[in-house]
Design a protein around this ligand. Sequence first.
Ligand code: HAM
Length: 424
Amino acid sequence: MEDLISNSLPGMRDLLPEEMGRFQLVEEHARRVFAQYGFAEIRTSILEPTELFARGIGDDTDIVGKEMYTFLDRSKRSVTLRPEATASVVRAYLQNAMYRSAGVTKLYYMGPMFRHEKKQKGRWRQFYQIGAEALGSDHPAIDAEMIEMALWLLKSLGVEAHLLLNSVGCRDCRPRYIDLLRSELNKCVTDLCEDCQRRASTNSLRVFDCKVERCQPFIETLPAISEHLCQECAEHFAKVKGCLDEAGIAYTFVPRLVRGLDYYIRTAFEIVSGELGAQNALAGGGRYDGLSEALGGPPVHALGFALGLDRLVMILPEEQSAKSQRKPELFLAYMGEAALIKVSEIARDLRHQGFSCYLDFSAGTMKSQLRMANKLGTRHVLIVGDDELARNVASIKCLDDSRQWEIAIPDIGAYLNRFRIPNS
Ligand code: HAM
C-alpha cells in the first residue's frame, strides 16, 4: 500500500465543519451589510496571469517578490494563484467594460487568497478575505463611507477594532517625496538590511514594510509622506478626516503607514484589533486611483478594503460563535429496518415542509442514537420502533426535560408546524 497522504501543505489547512459555522456566519453577515451599502457580489478567477499582480501590486513588494504561488501552466504561460483580489476586480471591471455604466460600481467578494509567507499565528498561506471595492468616484465622502462600512461590519458582529489612517500622496507629490526619502536613506544605507539597501534605490517607500529589527531605528527617523503632500492631496485627506469626524468614527493618524502594496494613492488605512497579537491587522485598504491605468485601462478613481476572515473568526465573541452552531430541529431515531423506512418517509415529508431532520444510518441502539442527538444539540427526538409502527404513531422526546409523548404519524407535520419546535 502507498503511504497515506495525510498532511496538507505547510500553511494550508482544512476548515472543518466546527469552524465553517463561524465563517458562514460572518459571510452571511457581510452580505447583508454590503447590500445595505449598495454593493453587489463579484467572483473573479483564482488563477490569473502573473503579469496582473506584477503590474498591479508592484514588482518590488514582498507579495510579488517573495510570496506568490507562480508557475507555468501546461501552455507554458506564467500564472499565479491570486495573493489578493483588488487587481483581479479591476481586471474584471476593465474586461467587462463596467466603466461604461454610469455612477460608481460597487463590488464585494469573498474567497481564498494565497501568499507563501512565513507561518505564524494568524497567518496562513491560504487564507480568506472578504473585500469591497468602489470604482468611479474620488469624493472624500466615499473614502469615509467605505471605512464606515468596514467598521460597521465588525461592530455589528461585536468585534472591537481601531482605525489607523494616513494619506500616501499621489503621482504628483510622491516623486518629490521619494527623492527626499532616497537622499535620507543614502545617509544610512550601509546600516540597513539587504532588502532595504535594494529598496532604497528601487522602491524606497517599501522600506517602511521592513520588519528587520536593526532597520527600525533608522526607519523611525525618515521623513513621513503625509508631511509632504501636495495641496490637492492634503485637502482630500482633510475632507476624509472631516467626514469620519462627522460620522463619529475615531481613528489614529499614523504618518508612516504606507501599506505593503504599490497601488495606493492618497487614503490608506488599516483596522487593527488588540486581541490578535503580532498579526493584529484585521483589515487593510485605501485608494488606488492609478491601478486601472497601470493595467492598461482608462483613468478610474477607486478604493476598497479587504478583511482577513481567518483572523476575524479567531476573535468572534462567544455569543456570535454560539449562533453559528447549526443544530438539526429534529433527530429521527428508529429501531429496525421497517421503522427506518417509515422515519425516512417522515423525514422526507418534514424536510419538504422546511424542517431540518437528522437521520443516522449506523443502526445503533436507541441509547446510542439518543447520545448522538444530544451531541448534535438537537432538543427533540422523534422515535419510531416496532410498537409505534404497529400503532402508526411516533414518540417525541424532549431532551431538555426527558418528557415524551405520542403523535399519530399522519399528524406529525401539522403538529410540528403548529408548535414549530424551536431549536435554539
Ligand atoms: P492586505 O493588507 O494585504 O490588503 O490584506 C488585507 C487583510 O487580509 C489583512 O489585514 C489580514 O487581515 C488578511 N491577511 C493578509 N495576509 C494574510 C495571511 N497570510 N493570513 C491570514 N490573513 C491575512 C489587501 O489584500 C488589499 N487587496 C486590500 C484592498 C482592497 N485595498 C484596496 N482594496
